[in-house]
Design a binder for this molecule. Structure first.
Ligand code: ZN
Ligand code: ZN
Length: 150
């Protein structure tokens, strides 16, 4: 357990926000997730709070989803155990734009059989690029044959 003296109780490392989030005010990683150190090991704060308050172990390979969408929140009732796939699906379902800035709505949105939300504009660009490449290869071969004729 932590060294005596310099350990700030976990209950003093977050602030309760108006919406009920417990926002971690102590050390955070680049993703904005809180952590604390025990014997030089980094312990993920929200995972710790989840296990502690619900008295369960997070099964191996499972991740914690923030229902409130705030990575620094450690309120156990805002956290849920999900599979990495479910978590990714939830993440994409919150996205409103693709990475090129096309709106992911109505006509421009399509769902793959696996449930992934995809940008139709980008998919068409990818398809066209693949087709152009095929044609280019075909014509190059065709021209080579044509050139070889007497
Ligand atoms: Zn929250
Ligand atoms: Zn797009």
């Amino acid at each position: 357990m932590p060294k005596k003296g310099d350990f700030k109780p976990l209950s003093e490392r977050y602030e309760v926000a108006d919406n009920g989030c417990w926002l971690w005010t102590s050390t955070k990683n680049t993703g904005g997730y809180g952590f604390f150190q025990v014997n030089d090991r980094n312990i993920s704060a929200h995972r710790y709070f989840f296990e502690f308050y619900h008295s369960i172990r997070i099964p191996a390979g499972m991740v914690i989803d923030h229902l409130c969408g705030r990575p620094s929140c450690v309120n156990p009732s805002h956290l849920e155990v999900v599979s990495p796939r479910e978590n990714a699906l939830r993440y994409t379902s919150k996205k409103t734009e693709c990475k090129r800035g096309h709106s992911l709505s109505s006509d421009n949105l399509y769902l793959t059989p696996e449930g992934w939300r995809q940008c139709r504009t980008c998919e068409q660009t990818r398809k066209k690029a693949r087709r152009d490449k095929r044609y280019a290869t075909y014509y190059a071969r065709y021209n080579a044959i044509a050139d070889g004729k007497p």
